[in-house]
Design a protein around this ligand. Structure first.
Ligand SMILES: Nc1nc2c(ncn2[C@@H]2O[C@H](COP(=O)(O)OP(=O)(O)O)[C@@H](O)[C@H]2O)c(=O)[nH]1
Ligand SMILES: [Mg+2]
Length: 331
């Protein structure tokens, strides 16, 4: 570790915001020398991590995530918490920083000295964006933030990677025209530890209440993700600020439930090992793609597989062989 890294780590643990912002920029860098520095920094602050409540918040665009986070975050800082808000949005390059480009929806939190908001890292694969967000979460913890909220759009695979980096996964939904909730897929339901039906106000109130009743019923029928935990379903209005405290009570109750049986440590250990594997997968695949011997053949192989001239198994075999990986016996 260089003197600089040690100094950076010290200032980070002191809670210096500018150091935190700089450190996150460091872990977001793709340059090899910066990556090495980032890894040294993460190692240096590792003992100072693990002290926060990590909460994922997912929902379709327009469900009210930003409004909800602004309201929840402001209530938490008002009661003495320090709140970091991060995002996983693999589409953020294309849409020009979508998820929290709209910091306007988090107006209060953006001005709150006890809050820290960081938009999704842009560009790269979902795995890359996830790694950088996860590392940013660790840095926030080291800097003394005791609540880390990670927002993600409920499309594609991003909610799975967020579920794999938080303690508690909150699904935020809004009623559609009828009784249905907008765009909630079953697979996402199954990730949820707490379900929140937003926009329970005005004309949407009756539909929201029916949606809550339906989802309570469904939640009771679902196979529990954590033994002994029935997923609570709550109605809130992020706009009017109703039901928000109750959501936090459920999040804390869930954390306590996990903690009691040693489940929180177990969950976090498993996540750490899964992270190691994800990192290796990402790096191996990257090294494979960069290999000139592979790169030369890749386009042809893909075309041949697409046209049905070559079987996927044989194509993979040939590319791996070009990379120097011979077949092993399988069991
Ligand atoms: N009626 C109502 N509208 C809301 C509520 N929360 C958010 N909205 C509105 O829904 C729209 C999308 O909100 P936003 O927070 O940007 O959603 P996001 O895309 O999930 O982050 C905005 O027009 C909000 O004002 C709520 O509790 N009730
Ligand atoms: Mg938003």
């Amino acid at each position: 570790m260089t003197v600089d890294t040690a100094e950076l780590a010290r200032r980070l643990i002191d809670g210096d915001r500018r150091t935190l912002a700089r450190s996150i920029t460091l872990v977001e860098s793709t340059r090899a020398d910066r990556r090495a520095e980032a890894a040294a920094l993460l190692d240096a602050v590792l003992p100072a991590t693990g002290g926060s409540v990590r909460v994922g918040i997912s929902g379709t665009p327009g469900a009210g995530k930003s409004t909800f986070v602004d309201e929840l975050g402001s209530r938490l800082t008002a009661t003495g918490h320090r709140v970091a808000v991060l995002a996983v949005d693999p589409s953020s390059r294309r849409s020009g920083g979508s998820i929290m480009g709209d910091k306007t929806r988090m107006e209060r939190l953006a001005r709150d000295p006890a809050a820290f908001i960081r938009p999704s890292p842009s560009g790269g694969t979902l795995g890359g964006v996830a790694r950088r967000t996860r590392e940013a979460a660790f840095l926030c913890e080291a800097a003394g933030f005791d609540v880390v909220l990670i927002e993600t759009v409920g499309v594609g695979q991003s909610e799975t990677v967020v579920a794999d980096m938080v303690d508690c996964f909150v699904l935020l939904a809004a009623p559609g025209g009828g009784d249905e909730l907008q765009g909630i897929k079953r697979g996402i339901m199954e990730l949820a530890d707490v379900i929140v039906v937003n926009k329970a106000d005005g004309d949407l109130l009756p539909a929201a209440q029916r949606a809550v009743a339906d989802h309570r019923h469904a939640a009771h029928l679902m196979r529990p993700k954590h033994p002994g935990w029935t997923v609570p379903v709550l109605a809130v209005s992020a706009l009017e600020g109703t039901g928000i405290d109750e959501v936090w009570t459920e999040v804390e109750r869930f954390e306590a439930h996990l903690r009691d049986g040693g489940g929180l440590d177990r969950l976090r250990s498993e996540q750490a090992v899964a992270w190691m594997w994800a990192e290796m997968q990402e790096r191996l695949l990257d090294a494979f793609r960069r290999d000139e011997r592979v790169a030369k053949r890749l386009a042809d192989a893909e075309a041949a597989v697409r046209a049905g001239r070559l079987s996927p198994t044989t194509a993979a075999h040939e590319l791996l062989a070009a990379h120097g990986l011979a077949d092993r016996d399988e069991d």
